[in-house]
Design a protein around this ligand. Structure first.
Ligand SMILES: N[C@@H](CCC(=O)N[C@@H](CS)C(=O)NCC(=O)O)C(=O)O
Length: 209
């Protein structure tokens, strides 16, 4: 049995989806309707992940792993090349996990409130004010990059790519030039393009001749 990723187009599940492609793991991606909590064959997603959220990763053993940051670590530990997560014993591992944790708790979580139809405008404004400061920080940390950790892509880059998509949609990227440039660079990567195409989110350039 292959690895199975449960995803929703453009959701945070895009981060492990990109990493699966970056490290070249054979997998199947199954789309979840987050409103009805069903899969495309009509079956009940809550039987796979009782929390109802994506991502979930079903392993060859049948075991299902949830929580994005943990799924990413699992993939990082399994990958031999490229090294998207330094091994145990290297301090740089904790630097990678430090940023991964920042993205999941300080960026991903608040963005979730902005997508809610139940949150009031005042609450959303409060969330945006906080998010802007966190985006300022990550924009400074990224700098000219090309990646969060410097020259090589690591786990949080895939997650940050998803966040830049949400930022572009909800706030625009004008205030964060490093994030805007990072997004453009990531959009050139074959793994990213493959995932966007699979998720139905890639606007293909029209043929010129
Ligand atoms: N704690 C989970 C949260 C994941 C999450 O928020 N997923 C969103 C999509 S980005 C989702 O599935 N929302 C629908 C729901 O929770 O019902 C994680 O970190 O993986």
């Amino acid at each position: 049995m292959k690895l199975i990723l449960y995803y929703s187009p453009g959701a945070c599940s895009q981060a492990p989806h990109i990493i699966l492609h970056e490290v070249g793991f054979e997998h199947e991606a199954r789309r979840v309707d987050l409103k009805t909590k069903t899969l495309e064959d009509g079956s009940d997603y809550l039987k796979i992940n009782q929390k109802g959220a994506v991502p979930a990763l079903q392993l060859e053993s049948g075991e299902v792993l949830t929580e994005n940051a943990v799924i990413l670590q699992f993939l990082g530990d399994r990958a031999t090349w490229p090294q998207v997560l330094p091994p145990m014993g290297e301090f740089s591992r904790y630097r990678v996990l430090e940023v991964l944790n920042f993205i999941t708790t300080e960026l991903h979580k608040p963005f979730g409130f902005l997508f809610s139809s139940e949150a009031t405008d005042a609450f959303k404004q409060f969330v945006v004010d906080g998010l802007r400061k966190k985006l300022d920080y990550i924009d400074r940390k990224l700098g000219a990059g090309p990646f969060l950790m410097g020259e090589e892509l690591t786990l949080p880059d895939a997650y940050l790519f998803v966040i830049t998509g949400w930022t572009e949609k909800m706030l625009g990227l004008g205030d964060w030039p490093n994030l805007a440039a990072f997004r453009e660079r990531m959009l050139q990567r074959p793994a990213v393009r493959q995932v966007l195409r699979f998720e139905g989110l890639l606007k293909e350039e029209p043929a010129t001749a």
